[in-house]
Design a protein around this ligand. Sequence first.
Ligand SMILES: [Zn+2]
Length: 412
Amino acid sequence: MRNLKIDPRRLWDEIHETGKIGATAKGGVKRLTLSDEDRRVRDWFRMRAEKLGCTVTVDGVGNMFALKAGKNPNRLPIAMGSHLDTQPTGGKFDGILGVHAGIEVLQTLADNDIQTDAPLLVINWTNEEGSRFSPAVMGSGAFVGAFSQAEVLAKTDRDGVSFGSALDSIGYRGAQPLGAMKMAAYFELHIEQGPYLEAENKDVGVVTLVQGIRWFNGQCVGMDAHAGATPMHRRADALLGVARLADRLEAIALAHAPHAVATMGVIDVKEASINVVPGLVHFTIDLRDPSDHVLDAMEAEIQKALAEIGARSGVTLTINRFWNAAPLPFDPVCVDAVRQAAAKSGFTTRDCTSGASHDAAYMQNIVPSAMIFVPSKDGLSHNELEYSSLEDCGAGAQVLLDAVLLMDEAGH
Ligand SMILES: [Zn+2]
């Protein structure tokens, strides 16, 4: 393999250059999807890619593709990418690192007068964050066919502005049909957004799979009653039932350590009133683990808990699973390329599972894909204090470059 070195300082400076677009007082970035800040960072991306000799195309939901020709026009491009949108209190690195690293890879090749055999592609996916238009990971989801273009364009934000009109107003509704850009492989460099790499002092995470996610809506039915006149033993307190379940969820997840997590993110007391024993409560459950067997076991334990708590509390607890994303392993060849690339530079690595969903998770459904993680300080993200060091960002970009070159040389 060629011995090319990316320039960590240049990468760092460019991350901080676009970090000015939507910069917040606390050092973060607020760049909501299809906002004027999003338009400005997209303009930057287009300008930077065109300077590198790329052809930039845009599809019908605003996904941007910067294509650099290879020597062999018959090969499909090897892709790199992530997203440039952020949360309202976002940081400078989540998503942004992966797009900038793709640009840095192309710049390094240009500096060394190297043209790869396969074409290369750097992608900026629309609306990964999902904070203005729900759900998240929308652009890549639409690209792989998880949502239709019409469905995406009709989504509205809290002010009633449609995705389609917001896309038009920043001038990024492209003519390219969704899914038309074919590729041989997809690599995404991303910050870990969790604590493991930093805690174990590793340079780079080799992401082997995206963990499974199951979402449930729940309901607890008790009986509304007077808070002063109803003795404790005659109550059917729906909120107490849900509180007992929340406590049990923690125990169930801890029993399946180290990966399992369970979260009750919403508890909604219907017609809540200070002097009424709650009669009806809606709640949600989010379960995640890398193994479907563990998720099955947790779900069975939750069902058992619902019956037990219901009997004890005099309430009826039910849950309804409305989303089940199975654990998704990344492509073994792409994962191996990441592993070899990290070894080549002598980086210490750890196998990781992705706790969050990412554009790469959708891409893996149609294109061999893999992810590279770099450490997040204190495991923080979706926070203005999110931080990955210059060295860590540089290490990730170096692995991205070498993984892409490996795939190019192997003829994938
Ligand atoms: Zn992200």
